[in-house]
Write a protein that binds this ligand. Structure first.
Ligand SMILES: NC(=O)c1ccc[n+]([C@@H]2O[C@H](COP(=O)([O-])OP(=O)(O)OC[C@H]3O[C@@H](n4cnc5c(N)ncnc54)[C@H](OP(=O)(O)O)[C@@H]3O)[C@@H](O)[C@H]2O)c1
Length: 299
C-alpha cells in the first residue's frame, strides 16, 4: 500500500483530498499541530523543531498544505511573518527530517498560490514561465517554493501547484461571495474588472492525485480552471443561478482597504492564469466552466 502524508490535512483542501486518496486505495497519514488519538494522525511542533519520526519514515509521498490562512486576519507585521514561517519553516523541517530518515521518498508535492504572479490587474494570461512580482503575496509564494524545491537536491520528484481560489461547498471563499448575493445585495467589488482565477475542489484534489500517479510530472503547474472570469462576471453568474437581482453599484475599493488593510489586494486585484501546462500532461478538468462549477456547488 502507498502511504501519503498530508501536512495541514485538517484544512479545506486536506480533508477533501483525504477522502479522494482514501477512496483510491491510498493510506493517508496526517501531520497536525494538534495531538490526536487517531493512529493515522501524527504531531509536529514547528516552534520546537519537532516532527514525529514515524510519520516521515512511513511516507511514500508528502503533500505539503500546511500554512496559516492568508485571508483570515489583517496583514500586520507579525501576521505576515507567520504567513511565511508557517509554510517555509514547515517545509524546512520536513526537508531535514526526510534527509535524515527517508531520503528515498518518492515525491514531495506542495501547494503554492497564483499570488506568485502578484496582486495586479492586467489582461495578461500568466504562465508558469512568468517571473514573480515584487509584492508581499508574491514573496510568500517565492519563499514557499524555494523551501519546497530543496527536495530536488535529494533527487526527490518535486511538484508545486500554484493554486487559484478554491471553490467548495463549505468553508471556502465562495460562501463569502455568495452570502450577500443570496440576500439580494449582489454587486461587484472595486472596478469589478479584476480576474479571480478559481478551481473546483474536486479538480484540485484530482490534480494532486494526478501529480502522484504520473511520474513524469515534475516542477511547477498552475492549478486553476481553464475559464477566467472577472469579479463582476463571477458575482453576476452567482446572482443569475440564485435568481437574485444584480443592480447595485460596485462597492468602492477604499471600503475594502479600510476594512482589510493591505490584505484587500487579494480581492481587488487579479489577472488571468493559464491552465494549459497541466492540461498538456493529460489532466482533464471536471469543471472547466464557471457556470457548471457553480451549479454543482451552490444550486
Ligand atoms: N483554499 C484556497 O482557496 C487556497 C488557494 C491557494 C492556495 N491555498 C493554499 O493551500 C494550502 C491549503 O489550503 P486550505 O484552504 O486547505 O487551508 P486551511 O483550510 O486554512 O488549512 C490549512 C491547514 O494548515 C495548518 N496550519 C494552520 N496554521 C498553521 C500554522 N501557523 N503553522 C502550521 N500549520 C498551520 C492547519 O492544520 P493543523 O491545525 O492540523 O496543523 C490547517 O488545517 C494553504 O497553504 C493555502 O495557502 C489555498
Amino acid at each position: 500500500m502507498t502511504n501519503i502524508l498530508i501536512t495541514g490535512g485538517t484544512g479545506l483542501i486536506g480533508q477533501h483530498l483525504y477522502h479522494i486518496l482514501t477512496k483510491k486505495g491510498y493510506k493517508v497519514l496526517v501531520l497536525s499541530r494538534t495531538k490526536n488519538e487517531n493512529p493515522t494522525s501524527f504531531y509536529w511542533n514547528i516552534d520546537k523543531n519537532y516532527v514525529d519520526k514515524q510519520a516521515i519514515i512511513q511516507a511514500d509521498y508528502i503533500i505539503h498544505l500546511a500554512g496559516a490562512n492568508i485571508a483570515k486576519k489583517r496583514w500586520i507585521k507579525s501576521r505576515k511573518q507567520l504567513l511565511i514561517d508557517s509554510r517555509v519553516k514547515t517545509a524546512n523541517l520536513l526537508f531535514e527530517a526526510v534527509k535524515k530518515w527517508n531520503p528515498s521518498l518518492k515525491g514531495f508535492i506542495s501547494a503554492s498560490g497564483i499570488g506568485y504572479y502578484g496582486a495586479i490587474t492586467t489582461t495578461k494570461n500568466f504562465t508558469e514561465e512568468d517571473k514573480p512580482a515584487n509584492d508581499f503575496i508574491s514573496k510568500i509564494c517565492v519563499e514557499w517554493e524555494k523551501a519546497s524545491n530543496q527536495f530536488k537536491t535529494l533527487n526527490i520528484r518535486t511538484v508545486i501547484l500554484r493554486t487559484g481560489v478554491v471553490f467548495a461547498k463549505k468553508e471556502s471563499a465562495l460562501q463569502k461571495i455568495v452570502m450577500p448575493i443570496k440576500f439580494g445585495f449582489g454587486s461587484a467589488i472595486g472596478t469589478g474588472k479584476q480576474f479571480m482565477p478559481w478551481i473546483h475542489i474536486n479538480d484540485l484534489s484530482n490534480m494532486y492525485l494526478h501529480s502522484i500517479e504520473n511520474k513524469n510530472i515534475t516542477g511547477i503547474y498552475n492549478a486553476v480552471a481553464p475559464e477566467s472570469v472577472t469579479n463582476k462576471a463571477l458575482s453576476k453568474t452567482i446572482a443569475t443561478i440564485l435568481k437574485k437581482p444584480f443592480w447595485l453599484p460596485n462597492i468602492p475599493s477604499f471600503l475594502f482597504k479600510l476594512g482589510f488593510g493591505e490584505m484587500a489586494v487579494i480581492l481587488l486585484k487579479g489577472s488571468k492564469i493559464s491552465s494549459e501546462k497541466i492540461e498538456k500532461t493529460g489532466f482533464k478538468h471536471q469543471f472547466k466552466k464557471l457556470e457548471t462549477a457553480l451549479n454543482n456547488l451552490i444550486n
